[in-house]
Design a protein around this ligand. Sequence first.
Ligand code: NAD
Ligand code: LMR
Length: 339
Amino acid sequence: SRSIASSKILNVTRNVQQLNVSQQRNFRVAVAGASGGIGQPLSLLLKINNLVKTLVLYDVQNTAGVAADLSHIPTQAKVLHFTGAENMSAALKGAEVLVIPAGVPRKPGMTRDDLFNTNASIVASIAEVAAKSCPKAMVAIISNPVNSTVPIFSEVLKKHGAYDPKRIFGVTTLDVERAVTFVAEMKSLNPDSVNIPVIGGHAGTTILPIISQATPKVSIDKDKLAPLIARIQDAGTEVVKAKAGAGSATLSMAYSAARFTDSLLQALSGTPNIVECAYVKSDVTEAKYFANPLLLGKDGIQQNLGIGTLTPYEKELLDKAVPQLVQNIKKGEDFVNKK
Ligand code: NAD
Ligand code: LMR
């Protein structure tokens, strides 16, 4: 099953403990942006993940309150909190996984790229510190626009000689969760048993759900396929509109980030066959960064599983997505290198 309902996180990790205590590893996970709409519920889900020994909350505001609140939940994870740029280096020091939901969210009428001006600097400033404080951490970047913030983070690490492309991930898990949810609804399937790769990037038409590779196999009428793909691509905007100025997806994103982080921790623990889609350095297409299924291991990406066979329609959508990605990637790289 691909689900990580919180009780399952506890059950899975408890089972691991019972089966083989020596296999259990306890990790230090830092959340940068921990006081935000995503950061808080994400930190809650990480507090109840038994692979987490130390949970570090970092933000420019309010981490003391969030930490006090979480610290009353009786799980083994110890919660530490840091606030302010001057304390970021202490916060990130020794993190084995760094999850980044720091930055402003969209309001109705905005694209993710409209967040670039604010969030590019935020992500770059976190990368500057991560390069020195946790250069070996697995980094999961949530801050939008993901298509550009992953290149930004990567370029900053390159400048510090701390770049390892196997360890930097743009989180696209929510696109997979949405594809699974909508297809399971349409086909009356139990979402727990459905998997659908989503490739490309994380904005509009760069989000490419590969319905032809769904498991179990699903057949979708031709007239329903384009609207289904469009709904998955526009799902973020659906939430932005419904929240009407109060932000974008936070709860579904926290769930997705908790699942992705759990997969990183499982992979670090040596659990085999951990596969997740994420947006990473890539030579699968002309775009230097690209999302598709990855086999995760102790050192990050163990194997890039590529995009498999696409239908002619999916290929057509891919051909349209790649130039957009190339542009978003260049914008991110230029931000760091032309400063
Ligand atoms: P939010 O405004 O509720 O929270 C953001 C948090 O970041 C705040 O607590 C803020 O204080 C903090 N922050 C700002 N600057 C910081 C810095 N320099 N260092 C550390 N923390 C800092 O926003 P949110 O709803 O939690 O969304 C956060 C980001 O995640 C947005 O950019 C949003 O677009 C993105 N997002 C991505 C996905 C995805 O699928 N990848 C999904 C949803 C949202
Ligand atoms: C999402 O897909 O929900 C996020 O990228 C937030 C947004 O701006 O849509």
